[in-house]
Every structure is written in structure tokens, then in C-alpha cells.
Design a protein. Structure first.
Length: 270
């Protein structure tokens, strides 16, 4: 996990530098400044921490109180061996570590980097929008994880899918699995969050960042099939959730920024 954290941090620094052509460490200063001077952002930041904690609690609840329902067979009846056929078409040994890298490291870096880019550029509407969109993604996904459990496609034998993640990360089930339950599959948060960040980036006016997040989202979505993790239905639900979260997040971001602008000048400068 220390290695994952290190490389994720390096990815964030690189993305911030390329995305803004500015000192990436400005994001830390901007974050601290906003947390101290902007109570709306402080509340949103706290809410994000809360939703991440809630997601962790949901996983622990499932471990303590195993859910009897399992809708994985429904997915197979609907999709058959589509993911297996996709793997057979695209599998290439040199491609596997690249896609695993994007799935494990770039995914997290793009989310954190999005917040950092908009903080550096002082684009408060997008700063708020990212926070709201993350909250919406998790708030909608968590009930599905609890009430509509679907196992990852590789774990369902009739699907005939190979879990290629283990080829490059043999300790995945030990190190990374505690962060993502085996049956927390529908909707795909890797899809919804990466596509959400891309959709928001295309509204930011930063073309470089839009291209970076757009390409990353495409690769991450492809990786969920190539690596044998998600069903197509997970991806479709994730894209739908991304459209909803980014649209609502942008609307709420604009509204929150407008409300902040209405504050007396003295308070805003405080």
C-alpha cells in the first residue's frame, strides 16, 4: 500500500504540473487557504470525508452481516460471456501492466488532481462541482452496493473471465481488496468517477486538462473489462451516474459560488 500511495502521489504531482503548467505544490496552499477562509468548502470537504467513511462502513457492515442476495447471475443471463470475448480479442502481455497502472493509480490521481487543478486556477465553481459530484456518486452507489450486490465478473465461473490484475499485482486481494468489496460492482465507480472528472473538465475551459482526463477515463473504462473486473451493465450504470453527478455537481457548484459572491466583501476577505 505504501508503494501505491507513493506512485499515486507522484502521479498527482505530474498531473497538476501538466494540467496547469504551474507549481503543483500551490494546490496544497490553495487547499489550506480555502479550508481556513471558506466555510462552504470546509463543509463540502468534511462531507466528502464523511461519505468515504460511510463507504468503508458499508463494506464492514457487509463483512459483519453477509447479504444473502446475489444478482450476479442476472448479469450473466443478460450479458453472457461478452467480457471474456473482449479479453480474447485485446489481451496482450505488455498492455496488462499499463491498464493495471491506470486502474490502480491514475484513477485516484485524476480525482485528487481535478480538485488540485481547479484550486490552483482558482476556479471555485469547478472546485465546488468536483466536491458535489463525488458526494453524489457515492451517495447513489452505496445503496446499490448494499442492496443490489453483484460480484466482479472474474469471480463468476460461467463468465469464463481471467483476472489479469493478478499478473502484475499478485497481492491485489490482500492489499487493495479491503478498499473495494468483491460485490461492490454495480454501478462501476471507476467508470462513474473517471467519466465525471472528464465531463467536468470539458466544462472548465482548460483544454489540456480536458484531454488528459478524457483520455484517462477512456483507458480506465477499457481497463475494467480487460482486467476482468466489471460487467458491461456496471459500466453503463456508471456512465449514467457520471452524467447525473457531473450535471448536478456543476449546477450546485455554480449556485454555491454565486452564494459565496453575495457575501459582504469584508467577510470574503477575512
Amino acid at each position: 500500500m505504501n508503494t501505491i500511495t507513493l506512485f499515486t502521489t507522484l502521479n498527482i504531482i505530474g498531473l497538476l504540473w501538466i494540467g496547469t503548467l504551474a507549481n503543483p505544490f500551490k494546490a496544497i496552499y490553495a487547499l489550506i487557504r480555502e479550508l481556513i477562509t471558506n466555510y462552504r468548502f470546509l463543509l463540502l470537504f468534511g462531507a466528502m470525508a464523511g461519505i468515504f467513511l460511510l463507504n468503508k462502513m458499508e463494506q464492514q457492515y457487509e463483512l459483519d452481516h453477509p447479504v444473502q442476495a446475489d444478482y450476479t447471475s442476472w448479469m450473466f443471463l443478460w450479458e453472457g460471456q461478452f467480457v471474456r470475448h473482449l479479453q480474447e480479442i485485446f489481451y496482450t502481455p505488455w498492455l496488462t501492466p499499463i491498464l493495471a497502472y491506470f486502474y490502480l493509480l491514475v484513477f485516484q490521481a485524476v480525482i485528487i488532481g481535478s480538485l488540485g487543478v481547479y484550486l490552483i486556477q482558482q476556479n471555485k465553481t469547478l472546485v465546488y462541482a468536483v466536491c458535489y459530484a463525488i458526494l453524489i456518486n457515492y451517495a447513489i452507489a452505496i445503496p446499490f452496493f448494499l442492496l443490489f450486490p453483484v460480484n466482479e465478473v472474474w469471480s463468476y465461473a460461467p463468465a469464463g473471465v481471467t483476472f489479469y490484475m493478478l499478473d502484475v499485482f499478485p497481492a491485489f486481494e490482500t492489499i487493495y481488496r479491503p478498499l473495494s468489496g468483491l460485490d461492490n460492482c454495480f454501478p462501476s465507480l471507476h467508470t462513474s468517477l473517471s467519466v465525471t472528472m472528464a465531463l467536468l473538465a470539458f466544462k472548465s475551459g482548460n483544454k489540456r486538462w480536458a484531454w488528459m482526463t478524457g483520455i484517462s477515463a477512456f483507458i480506465i473504462v477499457f481497463s475494467i473489462f480487460y482486467l476482468g473486473i466489471h460487467w458491461v451493465s456496471d459500466m453503463l450504470a456508471g456512465v449514467t451516474l457520471a452524467v447525473l453527478a457531473s450535471t448536478a455537481g456543476l449546477y450546485l457548484g455554480k449556485w454555491t459560488n454565486a452564494k459565496s459572491s453575495e457575501l459582504p466583501l469584508l467577510k470574503r476577505a477575512a
